[in-house]
Design a protein. Structure first.
Ligand code: NDP
Ligand code: 2IT
Length: 451
């Protein structure tokens, strides 16, 4: 027996132990799986079909993993090579769907953890989307537009044979925004001679959806607002710390302020800024989206603010609400304990898997509110699903229509997670509720479809 966790169910333990041997070098993937399997204990024990049909053993194995060479020419004429990935995890409830991440830390473990999480997240949206994820260890930082374009073209030259609007629909993630999606779309169209909704997060002039840019951050705040209200709280007058300063963080800031909160700290991978007067999201937009600069330059706009080198220190800034919106495992156990000691009442995850298991245990021990990423950051992919619908009917909806649908979806996800937690005897545990509610739909589809 290799496992040391709290799980008791023999079937789940055997799946986890087997995976620990097979995926010994994939720590992020094992972490994501273990977190889900722990929640599924009461579900597996009440329905013997999941074990008989080995649903869990099948779910932890991706349907397909593609790894490929991505050669490209830099501005100096030198040939560079990166590694590309697409993990097509589960298509039980729809075509594979999930983002592409471009960051030097990308490896198979990271893409598999993200793909695994995506399966449950997409199920929670109630839209017909399976789960997948991809990316590369290419670092877009410091590269010219021409280098990024040549990389994206080379990446898509291989990826295009594996994807399609009814097969697998990638989108953005860390390092992949409007610029990259445009280059990827252009190359797909050139090679396949098809103008189709094969990617989401597209520009508005060629099939993108209004409100997709804002969707993850807005959705996170709609979810947090629902959870706060269900617990007799609200954003009004709250001090909020948001890590990161990318797509998710910027629009989480905007919506949070609209809901009455004050965002006092934000970060990038180099350091964090503190502005007790509240950070205007438009300044961050200018720094990050227009200038592609460092958050440190916030001081050029607001000299009274403070900049601190090193990103993890952001969790020492006293706040009522924490929204990690940068990357995985950015809140460790010590940071979680510091947040709690400083009076934080809730952690709402915008990034994927930003809290370590030790951090989650600390939130639970303190009884503070916690929303797991696969529920509270589902607004991005949900709106990608709405972009796919608009592409299929060759119509586009207004910002207000998309935003209203997004809000309804996020409130629905909160209600579904809360109901599942209560049904399985864990009232108030939104983390377990999210895993269970996400699981049930995918498992049911798998049972119907045979092996
Ligand atoms: P962006 O590339 O727009 O921004 C990422 C931000 O996080 C940047 O501020 C970046 O700083 C910081 N960051 C990235 N990696 C690290 C690291 N290793 N350590 C510290 N800081 C880091 O990405 P997104 O905003 O799109 O994504 C942020 C998170 O949200 C990710 O976990 C992503 O998976 C998740 N997510 C994104 C969705 C979307 O629709 N975009 C949907 C759901 C989840 P720097 O610029 O210095 O690198
Ligand atoms: O993690 C995520 O959900 C995303 N990066 C968005 C995926 C998508 O297909 O919009």
């Amino acid at each position: 027996m290799l496992t040391t966790m709290s799980m008791k169910n023999a079937y789940l333990l055997s799946v986890m132990d087997d995976l620990k041997v097979k995926s010994a070098h994939e720590p992020e993937f094992l972490q994501a799986v273990e977190e889900v399997l722990e929640s599924l204990e009461p579900v597996v024990e009440t329905d013997p079909r999941y074990e008989r049909q080995n649903i869990i053993g099948r779910m932890v194995e991706p349907e397909r993993v593609v790894m490929f060479r991505v050669p490209w020419v830099d501005d100096g004429g030198k040939v560079q090579v990166n590694r590309g990935y697409r993990v097509q995890f589960n298509s039980a409830i729809g075509p594979y769907k999930g983002g592409l991440r471009l960051h030097p830390s990308v490896n198979l473990s990271v893409i598999k953890f993200l793909g695994f999480e995506q399966v449950f997240k997409n199920s929670l949206t109630t839209l017909p989307m399976g789960g997948g994820k991809g990316g590369s260890d290419f670092d877009p930082k410091g590269k010219s537009d021409g280098e990024v374009m040549r990389f994206c073209q080379s990446f898509m030259t291989e990826l295009q044979r594996h994807i399609g609007p009814d097969t697998d629909v990638p989108a953005g993630d860390i390092g992949v925004g409007a610029r990259e999606i445009g280059f990827l779309f252009g190359q797909y169209k050139k090679i396949r001679n098809e103008f189709t909704g094969v990617l989401t997060g597209k520009g508005l002039s060629y099939g993108g959806s209004l409100a997709r840019t804002e969707a993850t951050g807005f959705g996170l705040c709609y979810f947090a607002d629902a959870q706060l209200r269900d617990n007799g709280q609200s954003f009004a007058g709250k001090r909020v710390v948001i890590s990161g300063s990318g797509n998710v963080a910027i629009y989480a800031n905007q919506k949070c302020v609209q809901l009455g909160g004050k965002v006092i700290a934000m970060s990038d991978s180099n350091g964090y800024i503190v502005d007790e007067n509240g950070i205007d999201y438009k300044v961050i937009q200018e720094i990050k989206e227009v200038k592609r600069d460092r958050i440190k330059t916030y001081l050029d706009y607001v000299p009274s603010a403070r900049y601190v080198e090193g990103c993890s220190g952001i969790w020492t800034v006293p706040c009522d609400i924490a929204m990690p919106c940068a990357t995985q495992n950015e809140i460790g156990e010590n940071s979680a304990k510091t947040l709690i000691a400083n009076g934080c009442i809730g952690v709402f995850e915008g990034a994927n898997m930003p809290s370590t298991p030790g951090a989650i245990a600390a939130y639970q021990a303190a009884g503070i509110l916690f929303s797991p990423a696969k529920a509270s950051n589902a607004g991005g992919v949900a709106t990608s699903g709405l972009e796919m619908s608009q592409n299929s009917e060759r119509l586009s909806w207004t910002f207000e229509e998309v935003d209203a649908k997004l809000k309804g979806i996020m409130e629905g996800i909160y209600a579904a997670c809360a109901a599942a937690a209560e049904k399985y005897g864990m009232k108030g545990n939104i983390q377990a509720g999210a895993n269970i509610a996400g699981f049930l739909k995918v498992a049911d589809a798998m049972l119907w479809q045979g092996i």
